[in-house]
Design a protein around this ligand. Structure first.
Ligand code: NAD
Length: 288
């Protein structure tokens, strides 16, 4: 019960990583305030929690909603100890030479400004908590492997997630004086609805598509299984606990090794670039 007497706020808690994290924090004693735009999913989570999880609707693209969420939690529970800024979606998929200004703004609002405003309106309620003395006042932001390099996501998403990483560092310096730690998590491929949520699919097809993505991701990384929301929830719980009290302004990469390097580095059956070059025929009259 690492989080007995702690108050936690989780955004994007109706599904995937947020849902698993809300359940994990509640299972270890926290009073969790789950929020989402999906009221049905959020209410269902709260209803199944034996009173450990309350649901408050919040659209993280609306700063007034975020302010109202944090104020409501503080009023009901006296303050906030753990804040998990997690809600997001894929954003605009267009490449940089095609994206509209509106698509860019919408993506930044959903993926980056949402986290900034979460901290803006959450942190004032995290000051002067008993938990600040022992490293227990913690903000955790969901970034992504897409923050670390190209090729994992659409352009606007990747740039916004890179912003989340830098915001995490800078906010950690702003809030150090209050004993509030700020860290981020970079998930790899995790089996959730994020890949299909923007597509109009019946539930059965969505589950099939999710399973296909999970199976493909298991082939793409050294850890030969798909990532589960619980893998990230375990990291969230660590960063929320005193066990990580010497960590702030940094990120945890939880990606099954996806970003270690090229596949041939860990798969003996996959030819590396130099092996592939060695098997190429020299062009007529020349050498490679
Ligand atoms: N699944 C992955 O492979 C992966 C990888 C890296 C990062 N992430 C990040 O993890 C976080 C959680 O995503 P997930 O994979 O659990 O996806 P998900 O679709 O299962 O869950 C996202 C939740 O956020 C909610 N949400 C969307 N827009 C919102 C808004 N405007 N206001 C409030 N809530 C909103 C959705 O309703 C949903 O419940 C996101 O920040 C995502 O970018 C996911």
């Amino acid at each position: 019960m690492r989080f007995a007497d702690r108050v936690a706020v989780v955004t994007g808690a109706a599904s995937g990583i947020g849902r698993a994290s809300a359940l994990k924090l509640a299972a270890e004693g926290a009073h969790v305030f789950a929020s989402d735009i999906d009221e049905e999913g959020g209410q269902a989570l709260a209803a199944s929690s034996n009173g450990k999880i309350d649901f408050i609707r919040c659209d993280v693209t609306n700063s007034a909603d975020i302010e109202a969420l944090m104020n409501a939690v503080a009023q009901q529970a006296g303050g906030i100890d753990i804040l998990f800024n997690n809600a997001a979606a894929g954003g605009d998929r267009a490449p940089i030479d095609e994206i509209s200004p509106e698509g860019w703004d919408q993506s930044m609002s959903l993926i980056l400004k949402s986290v900034a405003m979460g901290i803006r309106y959450g942190a004032p309620h995290m000051k002067n908590r008993p938990t600040t003395k022992n490293g227990g006042a913690a903000i955790i932001n969901t970034a992504s492997v897409a923050a670390l390099g190209a090729g994992y996501s659409p352009t606007a998403y990747a740039v916004a997630k890179a912003g989340v990483l830098h915001l995490t560092k800078v906010a950690a310096t702003d809030l150090a004086r209050y004993g509030i730690r700020v860290n981020a998590i970079c998930p790899g491929f995790i089996n959730t609805n994020i890949f299909t949520s923007s597509l109009e699919l019946p539930n059965e097809m969505r589950e099939q598509a999710n399973a296909m993505i999970a199976s493909a991701s298991a082939q793409a990384q050294p850890v030969a299984r798909g990532g589960a929301p619980e893998d990230i929830a375990n990291a969230v719980a660590y960063l929320a606990s005193e066990e990580s009290s010497f960590m702030t302004g940094t990120h945890m990469l939880v990606d099954g090794g996806l970003t270690i390097g090229q596949r041939h580095a860990w798969d003996p059956n996959s030819p590396g670039m130099f092996d592939a070059l060695a098997t190429m025929e020299a062009p007529a009259g020349g050498a490679l």
